[in-house]
Design a protein around this ligand. Structure first.
Ligand SMILES: [Zn+2]
Length: 327
């Protein structure tokens, strides 16, 4: 885990929701429902995923996800924010001493989420956008005009030039002036006169400063890892996360999704710590091809460990088919 340290002794925990089952017919009382104008209904299942990430590292460490399910007795759909509210105390129960900073997208940049994170003693970096947080951006603009923001430029660890603006202790919005946030605005050139803007709010407890501004930016942008390195891997690299294995009569769909996350945890741990896995993956080029090879060996031979399977993948020797018949 030491490889994953983000800053001081903090780890970075990315959270986001994803869909893994969808059908027009098969459904259960826990399914989320989307009612269309033509009278059709789409039933679907989602989950809130949580993974430990580290900017610059490809691997992620998945934590126990929280299903986004219609709760017992509820008539309304469940949502990501409610799932987060349920996730946080469970996470704290499982990991009472793990120092994490939550990194979240703009959907979560609101006072109830920040209050929930505070209750669970989890500091946060959350993306914000000017159209969704007009009051906040206006406050920062006014402070900038009065010279009350800190502005500087710098070349990052990736050799990219960026402009920074920091503002501290700004009210999140008009109706929640008691919720104060630190504001990190980063401008990155994309062409001669065009810029890409990344804006985040940070927990004031984190002590936003010039020295660590770039690190915080990477932490906020690292949230994409849950999208790219987790959900996309599960959906496109041979895990079949989205392919409706089955919904079952009761909770099978949720159980299958949980098992897949567990398998992903095992694979990520191997990717992180097992040189044979890394070598076998390299030899097979894609993960999909590696899984295929592992399956073949597992079906054809009696094997005593995963290590034996990876050694067989790496072996260049091909035993003649006759050997199999003699066995
Ligand atoms: Zn269902």
């Amino acid at each position: 885990m030491a490889k994953f340290r983000f800053l001081d002794d903090y780890y970075l925990m990315a959270l986001d929701g994803t869909e893994y089952f969808s059908s027009h017919e098969v459904h259960c009382p826990g399914c989320l429902e989307k009612h269309h104008r033509n009278g059709k209904v789409t039933y679907h299942h989602q989950m809130l995923g949580a993974v430990i990430i580290c900017p610059g590292r490809k691997e992620v460490i998945p934590l126990m996800p929280e299903p986004i399910l219609r709760q017992d007795g509820e008539t309304k759909n469940d949502c990501e924010r409610n799932a987060l509210k349920r996730f946080l105390p469970k996470f704290r129960q499982d990991h009472p001493h793990l120092r994490v900073i939550a990194t979240l997208d703009a959907l979560y940049a609101n006072a109830p989420v920040i209050r929930d994170l505070r209750t669970s003693l989890i500091p946060w970096i959350i993306r914000v956008k000017s159209d969704g947080h007009a009051f906040l951006f206006k406050q920062v603009e006014q402070r900038a005009e009065q010279g009350l923001t800190e502005e500087f430029e710098g070349v990052g660890s990736d050799q990219v030039f960026r402009r920074y603006r920091l503002a501290r202790n700004v009210p999140l919005n008009e109706s929640n002036r008691d919720v104060r946030v630190d504001f990190l605005d980063v401008w990155e050139p994309t062409g001669r006169d065009s810029w890409r803007r990344f804006t985040f709010i940070l927990d004031p407890l984190l002590g936003l400063c010039r020295e660590h501004a770039e690190r915080w930016m990477w932490g906020g942008r690292g949230r994409w890892k849950i999208e790219n390195e987790t959900f996309n891997t599960l959906k496109n690299q041979g895990y079949q996360f989205e392919h409706n294995f089955g919904h079952g009569h009761q909770n099978l769909s949720v159980v299958l999704a949980m098992l897949m996350m567990l398998a992903f945890l095992v694979d990520q741990t191997q990717q992180l710590c097992c040189p044979q896995f890394a070598a076998a993956w390299k030899k097979c080029i894609s993960k999909r091809a590696l899984w295929e090879r592992v399956r073949e060996i597992f079906h054809q031979f009696e094997v005593t460990s995963m290590q034996a399977i990876y050694e067989a993948v790496l072996s260049t020797r091909k035993p003649p088919l006759k050997v199999l018949w003699d066995l």
